[in-house]
Design a protein around this ligand. Structure first.
Ligand code: AMP
Ligand code: ZN
Length: 665
């Protein structure tokens, strides 16, 4: 093929694939088989690879994402992205109507829409091409998540219609439908990993994944509900949205025009019942004034438009009988009481168990076995018990007595001052706690040993792991006897364990799993005291003398190493060659010794993460909020105006990237 025909073929393929995407993801009416679709896409990707001069950022091939880790730069919204006023009752809705009537002399129309429960997004189109996607952020600036958003197939990369403005933003909600969410959790369960809590947080989290190829695998979808810009085709929000649908945007069909508050209420009544049948989550109804001039007349507060409000649904509640209470011991030893219920339908699923939170909650609600309780579905996967129907209580019922001993290991439970939960203190002998420590030890930010939770369970069951030091005794021959392992996977695990011996001390300290010693605290301790021996022998006061180490942490560290079993683990780790001393070479210089720097803006030569590392390697500290104690502000492009102003007011020296780097030479 000559270049001309290649270019034509590429264009043809792009058009076809776009059309199929639109039919499948926007209209939900597939036009070809998955196999044929894959063939087209493969051909396109191949042609584009062989002919890089025809690269186009809007090509459907770009939807597969990229493996390169991205950083999210912040960018300003062209128009602030505000919140919505909430109402919880029909009376409040009437207040909304009264105000509209007062301010608008003429007739007006309401537009009712579903309130999608996901993460809001603003898409910017220039000459019909998606150029930028921003999260809401603080409303003024958001994170640029364009690469991730491009992987969502229902979002148009290139408009295929006519009559759209040259430059506009269209806003909507990115969400995960129930089916996709269930599939994600099926996979998590199969891998023995913790499940995602709810579709909303998972959708928001997906947008912030650094590797867009992973985002492409998530079942994200997007509904659009607001268009803003100069030169919009009509003065009606409703009509503009209908036109946007013709341009290829996924505009929901549930949007409805209402002539009166009465019609609005009917719409709400309908969806209050029907929402359980929707394949995705909504948390209410949004009511907007249709006419854009009337919207202007009503205006905005600093937080939200005055021309719109939302009506929030109450969480769905059912009544059922509490059969018994079980007590779960978490990975940290925290005890969670769980209600075992007579099975009942709630928000589309059968509920058999619900959270009871803690002893106080049980006492407060006076929840008793055999009571009829009210169960509600909140943001978490597990529903919760929110009250008791006392009128149905049996006369001979007894108040619940909370357990005093660990159901897993029999230890006497403790409850620390100010904490709601009871704990099992037997850190080194209580099975779920041991497993929790093992899992934490291998995790990515800790020793980064490549293994799954289910494997750890199995190694624990088989009696091969009693504590974190035991990893270093594992033999290939032992692994091969277990069902999960083949020759290669056994080799890999052994190799991965061996590699962990090079993990630097500060991460080892984090991996050991001392309560309250997270990544940052571990770093601080490691850098100040330099070795595990120094940390073990430090007194509480010596620990408190370190900046950022408070009472709670100091106590816990001393406590941890007063346990013989913990000391034994440390000495074993040492004998296996794990890094238990700070290596000198992590420090490159001391030009920034004792200085605290704040980073703001976007930089040319380094990412913010890299700059942070540089600061630390030269003895400095990167802080996140500005105060009179801050020594320097390291300022890049697009620095936040409030930060700049504050730095100037406090007289904090401001450094450019180059000035900063030259300080280190
Ligand atoms: P809230 O977060 O409760 O203040 O509600 C405001 C948010 O609702 C907006 O930022 C949007 O992300 C979201 N939302 C969902 N559906 C709609 C809709 N149809 N119109 C406007 N906003 C919506
Ligand atoms: Zn226990």
């Amino acid at each position: 093929m000559d270049k001309h025909s290649i270019s034509e073929r590429i264009n043809r393929l792009r058009q076809q694939i776009d059309k199929h995407n639109h039919s499948y993801y926007v209209k939900a009416q597939p036009t070809i088989s998955d196999f044929e679709y894959d063939q087209l896409l493969k051909e396109l990707v191949k042609l584009e690879q062989q002919n890089p001069e025809f690269f186009d950022p809007s090509s459907p091939s770009q939807r597969v994402g990229s493996d390169i880790n991205q950083e999210f730069n912040q960018a300003a919204h062209s128009y602030p992205m505000l919140s919505l006023d909430n109402t919880y009752s029909r009376e409040e809705l009437t207040d909304f109507e009264t105000r509209n009537k007062r301010i608008l002399p003429e007739n007006y129309t309401y537009i009712c829409e579903l309130k999608y429960d996901g993460a809001s997004i603003s898409l910017k189109y220039e000459n019909g091409i998606l150029v930028r996607a921003l999260t809401r952020g603080d409303g003024e600036k958001g994170d640029d998540v364009t690469a991730n958003v491009k992987t969502i197939k229902s979002i148009t990369l290139k408009i295929n219609g006519a009559g759209y403005p040259n430059d506009f933003e269209i806003r909507g909600e990115i969400f995960i439908p129930h089916k996709g969410f269930e599939r994600m959790n099926d996979e998590k369960r199969a891998a023995g990993e913790p499940e995602y809590a709810n579709p909303r947080n998972t959708a928001a989290g997906s947008l912030k994944i650094q590797n867009s190829a992973l985002v492409a695998k998530r079942p994200l979808d997007c509904y659009l509900y607001y268009i803003i810009g100069n030169g919009l085709p009509t003065k009606s929000h409703y009509k503009n949205m209908q036109l946007a649908r013709e341009w290829g945007f996924k505009v929901p069909h549930e949007i409805t025009s209402c002539k009166s508050l009465k019609e609005v209420n009917t719409y709400i009544d309908y969806w209050e019942k029907e929402r359980v049948n929707l394949p995705y989550d909504i948390d209410g109804i949004v009511i907007k004034i249709d006419n854009l001039d009337q919207q202007q007349a009503l205006g905005w507060t600093a937080k939200s438009p005055r021309w719109a409000t939302s009506y929030k649904f109450k969480a769905e509640q059912v009544e059922t009988q509490l059969l018994s209470i079980s007590y779960q011991v978490g990975r940290t030893g925290a005890i969670t009481p769980v209600a075992n219920l007579s099975p009942v339908q709630l928000a589309g699923t059968t509920v058999k168990r619900a959270s009871l939170h803690n002893a106080d909650q049980i006492a407060l609600l006076d929840i008793r076995i055999n009571d009829f309780v009210y169960v509600e579905k909140g943001g978490e996967i597990i529903p919760k018990v929110v009250g008791v129907n006392k009128s149905r209580r049996a006369a001979d019922s007894n108040a619940t007595i909370y357990i005093t001993q660990c159901p897993e290991c029999g230890s006497e439970l403790v409850r620390k001052e100010g904490e709601a939960k009871h704990y099992c203190p037997n850190e080194t002998g209580c099975p779920p706690q041991i497993k929790g420590k093992l899992e934490h030890f291998v995790s990515r930010k800790a020793m980064d040993i490549g293994t799954a939770q289910a494997t750890i369970d199995q190694l624990f069951q088989a009696g091969l792991l009693h504590n974190i030091a035991d990893f270093y005794l594992l033999q290939k021959s032992q692994l091969l006897k277990l069902e999960r392992f083949g020759d290669k996977s056994a080799d890999n695990l052994i190799k991965s364990i061996e590699n962990s011996k090079t993990v630097p001390f500060e991460r080892v300290l984090f991996s050991i799993g001392i309560r309250y010693v997270g990544e940052t605290v571990a770093k601080t301790l490691a850098r100040n005291l330099k070795s595990i021996d120094a940390i073990i022998s430090a007194t509480k006061d010596e620990l408190l003398a370190i900046e950022e180490i408070g009472e709670k942490i100091a106590l816990e560290v001393v406590n941890h190493f007063s346990d013989k079993a913990q000391l034994e683990i440390v000495s074993r780790l040492k004998s296996y060659g794990v890094q238990l001393e700070q290596k000198a070479e992590t420090q490159l210089g001391n030009q920034l010794q004792g200085k605290s720097l704040i980073i703001s803006g976007v930089f040319e030569k380094h990412s913010r993460e890299q700059l942070k590392e540089i600061i630390e390697k030269y003895g400095g500290k990167n802080v996140s909020s500005i105060s009179s104690k801050t020594d320097f502000l390291l300022a890049g492009d697009k620095i936040g105006p409030s930060k700049l102003e504050k730095a100037q007011k406090l007289g904090i020296p401001i450094l450019s990237e180059d000035e900063f780097l030259s300080m280190l030479d």
